[in-house]
Design a protein around this ligand. Structure first.
Ligand code: XIL
Length: 315
């Protein structure tokens, strides 16, 4: 039985999904669909700092290693997610009352520890995740406060030292269309490139909802980043809807997925398309957006939805 991955290869496109390691451990059907459909995986949570180092100095790579091992056995690449973020940090870190200098040292050590552990196994890293406000300025985070705006360049340099072969990405949401936030990202990555910072790509998360409309200029937007000499990726695609599900909403959702894939296929440097979970049985959406859901391409029973067939047709 052919999966999306069999159709993606002729475009030299990676087709991926976020993986929930609990489901990976516990559900045979989850493993089957995951192996059949995708040639790239992103850990949904297990490479985040609160999982990797819940207690200071005690590194917990076990769940991430399980995913990396599954990926190796099934010929899937691994997108590392994520090294520098303001969210899902361990409490020893957020409550620690560290000096700025200590925080810089802690961040550097974290990047070295994690990137070295997965060296040769993780082909790309979301080095910095969600650094921007909606107006395109830098988000006020523990890292901005401690290291200043230079934290971004430093993080990329440290990651590059730890694994010179890994592709290094910056990643954010609400940057799919041209506007203040994506303009801020554009200026940021342009200045990083000009300063010789080892950045390889920009991830557009792609968390859409049919009630907000489709970002019609996404192809043009991704192209301007590609023209800076960067790879681009759709890194966390899902298309949510206000419940209940109707046939009409599923059709609109399918159209959104199709247009996202179309945009990616039309940008030569769009190298991967990753969905943020592949089944509605394991999606972050209902837990985070009240009254919304059904955002993925398979339903709760692992049956393909119109969105799945839209992606397949487009490929
Ligand atoms: C989400 C996960 O899907 C949830 O399971 C977790 O509770 C919170 O984080 N942007 C990101 C992802 O970069 O890491 C987030 O993942 C979704 C938004």
């Amino acid at each position: 039985q052919f999966g999306l991955r069999d159709y993606a290869v002729r475009h030299v496109l990676r087709i991926g999904t976020a993986v929930d390691v609990n489901a990976l451990q516990n559900e045979e059907q989850y493993r089957q669909v995951l192996a059949r459909e995708f040639n790239s995986v992103t850990p949904e949570n297990v490479m985040k700092w609160d999982t990797i180092e819940p207690v200071r100095g005690q590194l917990n790579f076990e769940p991430a290693d399980q995913l990396v091992d599954f990926a190796r056995r099934h010929g899937q690449m691994v997108r590392g997610h994520t090294l520098v973020w303001h969210s899902q940090l361990p409490s020893w870190l957020t409550n620690g009352n560290f000096t700025n200098q200590e925080l810089e040292e802690i961040l550097r050590q974290h990047i070295y520890d994690v990137v070295r552990h997965f060296k040769g196994k993780v082909y790309s890293w979301d080095v910095v995740n969600e650094p921007l406000n909606e107006d395109g300025t830098l988000r006020d985070t523990i890292w901005l406060r401690a290291l200043g705006p230079d934290y971004i360049a430093k993080a990329f340099r440290w990651a590059h030292e730890a694994d010179p072969h890994a592709k290094l990405y910056i990643n954010d949401y609400n940057i799919e269309w041209i506007g203040p936030k994506s303009n801020g990202m554009y200026e940021l990555v342009k200045s990083l490139k000009e300063a010789g910072v080892p950045i390889d790509g920009v991830g557009f998360q792609g968390h859409l909802g049919i009630q907000y409309g489709f970002p019609g200029d996404i192809q043009q937007n991704m192209q301007r980043f590609a023209d800076l000499g960067l790879d681009v990726a759709l890194s966390e695609v899902d298309v949510r809807m206000i419940l209940p599900v109707t046939q009409e909403k599923l059709t609109t959702q399918a159209e959104y997925y199709r247009r996202l894939m179309d945009a990616c296929l039309n940008v030569r440097r769009c190298v991967s398309f990753t969905v943020w979970g592949f089944t509605d049985a394991h999606s972050w959406v209902p837990g985070f957006f009240q009254g919304q859901g059904a955002a993925t391409i398979f339903d709760e029973n692992y049956q393909p939805k119109p969105a799945y067939f839209a992606l397949k047709d487009e490929l």
